[in-house]
Design a binder for this molecule. Structure first.
Ligand code: NAP
Length: 270
């Protein structure tokens, strides 16, 4: 078994579902002692239980990571049960508000709190012990929405803020041996899409058309990138944002195809 993270203490927020849950299992499979953090305590417990069944080491911690008191209690509990945090993966998010004209103020505040303030709170809670030990890694799960206008304005603005905060932490604490990077996923097949799938069962099939690599992403695509950035293989990488998006932001694939077709260049299309 690969052991890139043998005995490392890895905190993953929003790990009761989707990408976070897969990351928790993957880090544990490579030797990490994982804190599975989610505001749904039952989901966190289920994920930790599944890791235990495969002889991995995980503890479940219920916390709303947008609330300072919850975060302080969560990091205190993780430190006393597992030890000081080596790797923090800021992954929890919600995306409720869309058009600026339609978003109500409480929705804006909630989206920005969960997506952006949580990164501030969790980073602030783990940084002192990382500084003391002159080592530590933070991986922020951002989004292509933080790099381009793709709707969900509150969520997207918060993700853009998360990318800037990633750079701020990388620059300010690099001298202490601390690295901080972000990942910008494109569409990933997870439960966060369930409401959209209920409304439009073929939503993924429709979205595939935008992706040069011809498929939407899976949680393992993001876990692969997060584990690379958290590992020593990325020892000289900090302050970056890694797009893991099947080529979505490399260009407007659909527009290019249409332009080529209009120009009679069908031969270039396939
Ligand atoms: P998911 O399946 O909804 O999982 C996120 C988990 O975090 C859920 O259990 C969620 O609970 C929980 N959570 C939400 N707010 C929380 C809070 N304040 N404190 C603690 N837990 C909280 O989402 P996902 O698709 O795996 O997304 C994971 C990350 O990837 C997010 O940062 C998301 O923005 C990013 N991302 C996802 C996609 C995609 O297409 N899936 C694309 C780009 C970026 P609830 O179910 O109650 O919200």
């Amino acid at each position: 078994m690969a052991t890139r993270f043998a005995d490392k203490v890895v905190v993953i927020t929003g790990a009761g579902s989707g990408i976070g849950k897969v990351m928790a299992k993957r880090f544990a499979a490579e030797g990490a002692r994982v804190a599975v953090v989610d505001w749904h305590g039952d989901r966190a417990a289920e994920c930790a239980g599944e890791i235990a069944q495969t002889d991995g080491h995980a503890v479940a911690v219920r916390a709303d990571v947008s609330v300072g008191a919850d975060v302080a209690t969560m990091v205190g509990e993780v430190t006393s049960r597992l030890g000081p945090v080596d790797v923090l993966v800021n992954n929890a998010a919600i995306a409720d508000g869309d058009d600026v004209l339609e978003i109500e103020e409480p929705t804006w505040d909630r989206d920005v709190s969960v997506v952006l303030k949580s990164v501030f709170l969790c980073s602030k809670a783990v940084l002192p012990s990382m500084i003391e030990r002159r080592a530590g890694v933070i991986v922020n799960i951002a989004s292509v929405n933080g790099l381009s206008a793709l709707g969900n304005e509150a969520y997207s603005a918060a993700k853009a803020g998360m990318i800037n905060l990633t750079q701020g932490i990388a620059v300010r604490y690099g001298g202490y041996g601390i690295r901080c990077n972000a990942i910008a996923p494109g569409t990933i097949r997870t439960p966060i899409w369930q409401e959209r799938v209920d409304r439009d069962p073929v939503v993924f099939e429709r979205l595939v058309k935008w992706y040069p690599l011809g498929r939407v992403g899976e949680p393992d695509d993001i876990a692969n990138a997060a584990m690379f950035l958290a590992s020593d293989e990325a020892a000289w990488i900090t302050g970056t944002v890694l797009r893991v998006d099947g080529g979505l932001l490399a260009g407007n694939y659909r527009m290019t195809r249409e332009l080529l077709a209009q120009a009679g260049s069908e031969d270039l299309e396939s």
